[in-house]
Design a protein around this ligand. Structure first.
Ligand SMILES: [Zn+2]
Length: 301
């Protein structure tokens, strides 16, 4: 499942490929993904030029010169394949399994899980593939972005305005375990299971610690919370840096954006030795809110 750093990497890739280019054709191969596609989506996208590609939490927001915004969320398994003009003939020749879209247009890209296809004025093609179909596609006027149901209740962006004081304000009175709170999009957006585990390990905080224990009596953040906020930012920045460096490789290999491997300190390392210097602990796995949490009980208190 792509987390914030992966989505940010996809954003960079789409920005490089799409900004300044006009969408000439849109093919939808089904009626929707997690939700039905909004009516008229194709008409709103066709003929518009992409002016910028933004990200809010894990939502990609593609601005169009028509004043509309195309929203794309990758869900559990969504990804974009960007095909350069000179690669298009190769795809046309090899990847045809069903070359008729839901609405009857003849197209050349027809993998079973290729649900959306975009053609651009420069001859490039982008294909959205999503085997599990938990992704979201929507379109709305930019002026209505603040009242979009999907976006309006989102908490702060971890790499922008988020501070330890803001975290303390939101943590007050919360008895839920800090790991669960980190995954709550109203507390901070875009921190998924992997990076929550990693940031807690780096900060030496047990994932089971009640959230309100990280706030002082006077309402200020404890030292531990200050450290946690800093480490969330660090793990996300480091992962984005890795993503940025893989971007060229991905474009060179098969043009697929969306996933890349990372080396984790604690995530998915059950029974492995703790990698923190001087700690001889062993990584354990527990289950919190139906999600696996990995921790070192020796150095996380
Ligand atoms: Zn340890």
């Amino acid at each position: 499942m792509p987390e914030l750093p992966e989505v940010e990497t996809v954003r960079c890739g789409l920005e490089q490929a799409w900004v300044g280019h006009r969408i000439t054709e849109v093919y939808l191969r089904r009626e929707g993904l997690r939700f039905p596609f909004p009516s008229g989506m194709t008409a709103h996208l066709k003929g518009a030029t992409v002016t910028s590609v933004r990200r809010r939490a894990k939502y990609l927001l593609i601005d169009l010169d028509s004043g509309m915004v195309f929203l794309s969320h990758l869900g559990m398994s969504g990804r974009y394949t960007l095909i350069t003009p000179d690669e298009v003939p190769k795809y046309l020749a090899t990847e045809v399994s069903s070359n008729v879209s839901t609405f009857g247009e003849l197209t050349g890209f027809g993998g079973r899980h290729d649900h959306m296809e975009f053609r651009f004025g420069n001859g490039s093609v982008a294909v959205y593939t999503d085997p599990r179909r938990f992704g979201i596609a929507d379109v709305f006027p930019r002026a209505e972005e603040p009242i979009q149901t999907l976006l309006e209740h989102l908490g702060p962006e971890p790499l922008e305005q988020w501070t330890a004081l803001d975290a303390a304000n939101r943590a007050k009175g919360k008895r839920s375990p800090i790991k669960t709170t980190l995954l709550d999009q109203r507390f901070v957006v875009g921190v998924g299971n992997i990076y929550a585990c990693e940031a807690l390990h780096r900060s030496g905080i047990s994932p089971t610690r009640p959230t309100n224990k990280l706030v002082r009596k006077d309402g200020k953040p404890t030292k531990a919370l200050v450290e946690l906020v800093a480490q969330v930012k660090e793990v996300l920045k480091a992962a984005i840096a890795v993503g940025g460096s893989t971007l060229n490789d991905f474009a060179a290999v098969d043009g697929t954006l969306g996933y890349f491997g990372h080396h984790f300190q604690v995530y998915d390392r059950e029974d492995g030795p703790c990698l923190k210097e001087g700690c001889n602990g062993t990584i354990e796995r527990i289950v919190q809110s139906n999600r696996s949490t990995f921790l070192c009980p020796r150095c996380q208190k």
